[in-house]
Design a protein around this ligand. Sequence first.
Ligand code: SF4
Ligand code: SF4
Length: 281
Amino acid sequence: MSKVFSIEEFATFDGPGIRMTVFLKGCPLDCVWCHNPEGKSPLTEYVRSPNGCLKCGACERAGIKTADGVKLTADSVNACPRNLVRKCGIDYSPRELTDKIMKNAAVLNLNGGGVTFSGGEPLFDTDFLCECIKLLKGKVHVAVQTSGFAPEKNFQRVLELADYFLYDLKIMNPSDHKKYCGADNALILNNYRTLAKSKVPFVTRIPLIPTVTDTVENLTAIASFVKENNVNYVETLPYNKLAGSKYALVLKEYHPGFDESRPVNTGEKLFASMGVTARKM
Ligand code: SF4
Ligand code: SF4
């Protein structure tokens, strides 16, 4: 069993063609700009939508107090007069999840698309991911959208099964990576080298976070690194200023600790000068 916090049907940015994207709960990283805060914990959570909230506090009173504040519970769902509280994290077995995916397989295949496992971090529960891919193998194209932060042996297992990877590179300096993402990047860089040496197709994706990942120094280091690995195409994902709005779901405030208002540097010229084509998504 693993927990799914969202399923997006007919996604167009998560790999080739039209895709069904499955967001699995649980991520070992803790990026300050994470735009899926409800996907970080591997546990079921109860979240509330701020739209239409009366601020009556009934959901919190039905919740439980924790060191960090209040955690909503199943009782909070019943306590809300506006039905704004919901369960986030539905249990699926590999068979249940892949049966659901296979219902869309014909349409996905028609468009040269498939399914993309995202998160959270889909390699967080590698056994579950591998079981799902084995059940889908040869029936529908399977992509994995990953931070690459996983033990080498787990990455290798998924590499042997998946058809395609969307692989994030965020910060090249290990201590900055630790500062902004909660762990250093040694595993990520190592798994990237393994991926680049394999014959499995993949795309490198770079989130452009103002003053954090979009600095000349960091983008230059990323360009050098991908070139070293014989990669000459990357996709950049400009920072979404609405990212913080989801923190209200999990009763947290968004304090990313960088200047959100500064326009991002897309680095296109910089990449081009180093022989790497960068496409803004
Ligand atoms: S989410 Fe519902 S119960 Fe909670 S404060 Fe808003 S209206 Fe009240
Ligand atoms: S790797 Fe992705 S899901 Fe995990 S904390 Fe970072 S941005 Fe969020």
